[in-house]
Each structure stands twice: as structure tokens, then as C-alpha cells.
Write a protein that binds this ligand. Structure first.
Ligand code: DQQ
Length: 574
């Protein structure tokens, strides 16, 4: 008996030491890591929680030297439910420390879920979070939370205000369509504004609220914007971009030298429009509007949803995060023990043309590069391909610049070919052309039974060339139950100069940036054969015309350090 008590005491001491802070649910769970045998699709340098379900990025912010990322999180399983705010912190946006959940459903005004929202930094530098609560009647309401202790560098504990809920669905707002407050901005009148996503009379709407003290909010009689061509807008985002340069702007900057971007999430996609905002009257004028033109601008033409930006005052840039869903089934997610990734953080800025945004993975991602392979001035004849050797093909960063010698023979662009995604599925990588298809075959098995093709085709349009970019998942996996739709978009570049492609490959995700970030396509793939060391990457040209590679650089990528606090030896301060 004495022996039994002794061992029980030892075990208890062990458990108390291991569990760490009370209520930290990550701690009692097993951390999943990439492993070719039983976790071949777990990523190595994309943000993921230790396990379970994650969806939208929430309240990203930079506060006193530390980046914070919150996210929609189910602490109990790999499917959506019990939604809380997971919380992780980072010194460099690459390596992350998972800490306690910041906000959990505990109060009548959020008991059915703490849904998406944003952080705002108030004058004096203090952060606040506005988030949607699904209340005890399943109505959507907006709440506020503030850090309990501003001297805790990780801001672990957040307190909900006694004034909650601050905004409730009244005067014609459907309680099921009232969510996802944006980061607030301050007008020249010192009044704060936020937008809440909604659907009024079936139309996607950005409801505008105003407040002097961040507690008492009044709904403006006019929404900031709405569209009768879309339904509910989830996760709106509204922010200024500079018209002359790639530096980001604080969300409250207005006036000359700026344009404003409104992003809304609907139909499983993130669309944006660019316009002029006048804070005196809160009018936002745009042309074209959502779904107006043939070019329906999207952040990413693949899998990417419910995104959010924030202003990084340390490096004066605006950074975009987006939720990258799984493309396998729910039983697969339960099996894997996790579901959902965040995209790589991307710098986002107005393109030189002023007509669209461009994105580029933040420079810190490059610190993971190693073992560079480089080649220059290489011709790829029509119908040929070669392998990029010397790198870990399943965990890599590849940049290629293609030069096209002779565009005289480019195929004619049919005026009815308006849908690039449809074009990419009709004309896949195996369908030969004249100028292209050319690009890379990523996460490819040696015999090419499995591969994901990221490629371009060039057509001759009415008065200019048309560049089509595709990510074709048709042959990405021998597994049948995964979604293998092709994705596509046009790239607004002049192919006479060059066409560039950067693809970041991470086991089950390929994030591709065409035309130096003018067109982005993110794909999820689940190879059976092309995993770990069995994965290859090739450059191919399946057009009749030769293509010249002016430069190709490829790197293996190191694993990022993404762990719960207790698993870290010491925080890495860069
Ligand atoms: N996800 C949240 C909502 C949001 C949706 C719930 C978008 O607040 O509208 O998890 O993915």
C-alpha cells in the first residue's frame, strides 16, 4: 500500500508539472508533427495549432515587439464546433508559440461560440478585440475583450467587458447575418468606425457603426457599402493602401495618396474592390464594383477564405492571413486529428497599375531557405521537361523566370473564353499548346502518376497577349475522395518581358504567386506516393515553342518552430 501511495504521489507531481497553467487545453493533447508514415500531409512551415480544427484568422496584430495571431478554434475535435479564439505569438511571423485560448464561450452573449473579429490598437497603444458572439438564443452580437495584464508580453488573458453585447441585431438586421467586425479606424472627427458583415434584403452589406469611446456604438443610417449581386458578406476587411509605393498604412490613415480596399468573403472566396473613401461623409466610391466586370478580383484564385489583414508598424507593411481549408473529407480530418491551415503571411499592396493588389510572402519566410540550387539561361524545348534535383521537393521554395522568345505563333484567344478556371480544367497540363502549357510539376511521384501542375499558357488577344495561370490538381493524388478541381486566373503581365512563378510547397499545400504576386493560387493536395523523399519537382514545357528560363532558384525549406510554450527550449528572439 505504501508503495502504491508513493507512486501515486510521484505521478501527481509529474502531471501537475506537465500540465502547466490551469485550463490550458493544448497541454494535455498530443502534438502532431509531419511524419511520412502517419502524418504525411502535416505541414512544416505553415501555421497550424497543435491539433484539432482551425478556421478564420482573427485579430492579427503587432504589439510591443510581438506578433499575435488568434484563430477560430475547436479545442475538442477536428471538425467545426465549440468555437473559441486560439492564440499564438511570434517574434518573427515564422516561428510560433501556442499559448492559452484567449476567448472561450462562457457568457450568455457568446455561449454558442466566439466567432470572428478583429483587433484594434487604441491611441496610447492599447489593444482591444471586437468579436462576434453567438448568444444563448443563437443571435449574433458584437462583444469587446481587453487584455487583463498589459505587462504580460504574450497578453495571455483577455477580459470580456460588462458592457457586452455592444451591438445587437436591431432595426431590420437578421440575427443570423450580423457578424465579423473589422479593425476600427478613426475619422478626422475623432470618432471610431467599424464595419460588420451582414445581409440586408438578401444583399451583402458592410454595416457601419460609430463610437467615441469604443463601448457605445451607433449604427450609421447608411451602410459603408452593399451589393445586390452577392448575398451575405462574411469577414469584411476595410483598409487604406498607398498609391505610390508598397509600404502599408495604419488603418486610420486617409486622404491624398491613398486608396481604400474593401474585401468581403462570400461563395467560399475572398473578393475585393478598390475605391476612394471620404471619411467626412463615410462614402466609398468604386468602379468596378463586386462582380461587375469580367475581372472579379480575388486575393487568391484557389483555396483561401475569411482572410484578414493587419498593419505591422514595425516594418511598415500590411500583412494578409487567410484560412486554407482542407480538400479532403471530414472523416480524413478526424483521422489526421486536425483540419485547416493558415496561408503564409503575405505583404499586400496596391500594384503599380492601381487596378489590383499584389502579394508576396513576407521576407522572413526566406530565413527558412537552405541548399540553394540555381540555374540560368536554360532552354526548355517544346515537349520536354527536367527535374530540379538537390532540394527536398516536398518542402521547398521555387522561383522561376520564363522568357518567351517568339510569341508570333501564340494561339488566338477565343472571345468567349471568359472563365479562366473553366479554361484550366478544359486545357490541363497534358493538353499541348503553342506557347505553353509551361511551368512546374510539384509534389510529383517519380513516374508522374501523381503530380500537381502549376503552369501558364499565352494566347493572342484582341489587342494584347493574354496570360493564363493554372493550378491543376487533377492528377495530384491517387486517393479518390479528395477534391481535385483545377484553379485558374489571368495574370496582368506583358509576356514579351517575362513571366515569373514562385511556388512554396509544404507537403499538402502549394502556394503559387504568378507575375510577381499579381495572381495567387493556393492548392491543397494529398499525395499517396509523392510524400517525403519520394516527392519530386520538375519544370516542363508542353507547348510547341521553346521557352527560356532566365533564372531558376530553388531551396529546401527548414521546418518552422511552431510549438506550445512548454515544448520550447527558449523563445527565439530574432
Ligand atoms: N467563420 C466564423 C464566422 C465567419 C465564418 C465562424 C467565416 O464568424 O462568418 O467560425 O468562415
Amino acid at each position: 500500500m505504501e508503495g502504491y501511495l508513493f507512486w501515486r504521489l510521484i505521478l501527481q507531481i509529474f502531471f501537475i508539472a506537465y500540465r502547466g497553467p490551469v485550463g490550458y487545453s493544448h497541454e494535455v493533447q498530443k502534438d502532431l508533427q509531419y511524419n511520412p508514415k502517419n502524418q504525411p500531409h502535416r505541414t512544416a512551415y505553415h501555421f497550424q495549432p497543435p491539433k484539432n480544427w482551425m478556421n478564420d484568422p482573427n485579430g492579427p496584430m503587432y504589439y510591443k515587439g510581438i506578433y499575435h495571431l488568434f484563430y477560430q478554434y475547436n479545442p475538442y475535435s477536428a471538425v467545426w464546433g465549440n468555437i473559441s479564439w486560439g492564440h499564438s505569438v511570434s517574434y518573427n511571423l515564422v516561428d510560433w508559440i501556442h499559448i492559452e485560448q484567449a476567448i472561450n464561450p462562457t457568457e450568455p452573449y457568446d455561449i454558442n461560440g466566439c466567432w470572428s473579429g478583429s483587433a484594434s490598437i487604441l491611441p496610447g497603444g492599447n489593444p482591444v478585440i471586437l468579436y462576434t458572439g453567438s448568444d444563448f438564443r443563437n443571435r449574433q452580437v458584437q462583444n469587446i475583450a481587453v487584455p487583463k495584464n498589459l505587462s504580460d508580453p504574450y497578453l495571455r488573458e483577455w477580459i470580456k467587458s460588462d458592457h457586452n453585447p455592444l451591438m445587437t441585431p436591431m432595426n431590420g438586421i437578421d440575427p443570423q447575418f450580423f457578424r465579423d467586425p473589422t479593425t476600427a479606424w478613426e475619422g478626422p472627427d475623432k470618432i471610431w468606425r467599424v464595419v460588420v458583415g451582414s445581409q440586408i434584403k438578401g444583399h451583402g452589406t458592410a454595416l457601419l457603426y460609430q463610437s467615441r469611446d469604443f463601448v457605445k456604438w451607433t449604427r450609421s443610417h447608411r451602410p459603408l457599402h452593399f451589393s445586390n449581386k452577392t448575398a451575405m458578406w462574411e469577414c469584411p476587411d476595410f483598409y487604406p493602401v498607398s498609391v505610390d509605393g508598397i509600404n502599408g498604412l495604419d488603418t486610420s490613415v486617409q486622404g491624398t495618396g491613398t486608396k481604400h480596399v474593401l474585401k468581403a468573403s462570400f461563395n467560399d472566396r475572398d473578393y475585393y474592390i478598390i475605391g476612394t473613401y471620404e471619411p467626412e461623409t463615410d462614402t466609398f466610391s468604386v468602379n468596378p464594383d463586386f462582380m461587375d466586370s469580367n475581372v472579379k478580383l480575388r486575393y487568391d484564385y484557389g483555396i483561401f477564405y475569411a482572410s484578414k489583414t493587419f498593419y505591422d508598424s514595425a516594418k511598415r507593411r500590411r500583412i494578409l492571413w487567410g484560412w486554407v481549408l482542407e480538400a479532403d473529407g471530414e472523416p480524413d480530418d478526424v483521422n489526421k486529428g486536425w483540419s485547416g491551415l493558415q496561408s503564409l503571411p503575405r505583404s499586400i499592396f496596391l500594384d503599380k497599375t492601381g487596378k489590383q493588389l499584389s502579394q508576396w510572402p513576407i521576407e522572413e519566410i526566406e530565413t527558412l531557405r537552405r541548399k540553394e540550387v540555381n540555374l540560368q539561361n536554360k532552354e526548355i524545348k517544346g515537349g520536354t521537361m527536367f527535374e530540379i534535383t538537390g532540394i527536398t521537393a516536398s518542402q521547398a521554395d521555387i522561383e522561376v523566370s520564363f522568357h518567351l522568345r517568339n510569341l508570333d505563333e501564340a494561339e488566338l484567344m477565343h472571345p468567349e473564353w471568359l472563365d479562366p478556371q473553366f479554361l484550366c480544367s478544359e486545357k490541363n497540363a497534358a493538353t499541348g499548346g503553342v506557347i505553353g502549357p509551361f511551368g512546374i510539376l510539384a509534389l510529383a511521384s517519380k513516374d508522374l502518376t501523381e503530380h500537381t501542375a502549376v503552369f501558364f499558357r499565352v494566347f493572342r488577344g484582341h489587342d494584347s497577349y493574354v496570360v493564363l495561370m493554372c493550378s491543376d490538381q487533377n492528377r495530384s493524388s491517387l486517393r479518390e475522395e479528395v477534391n481535385k478541381s483545377a484553379f485558374g486566373a489571368f495574370v496582368d503581365v506583358n509576356p514579351v518581358e517575362k513571366i515569373s512563378l514562385r511556388s512554396l510547397i509544404d507537403h499538402s499545400i502549394i502556394e503559387s504567386f504568378g507575375g510577381e504576386g499579381k495572381t495567387c493560387i493556393t492548392a491543397r493536395v494529398y499525395p499517396k506516393l509523392a510524400i517525403g523523399n519520394e516527392s519530386h519537382v520538375y519544370v516542363f514545357n508542353n507547348g510547341t515553342e521553346s521557352i527560356r528560363i532566365s533564372n531558376l532558384s530553388a531551396w529546401s525549406m527548414k521546418r518552422a518552430q511552431i510549438f506550445p510554450l512548454h515544448k520550447r527550449r527558449k523563445p527565439e528572439i530574432d
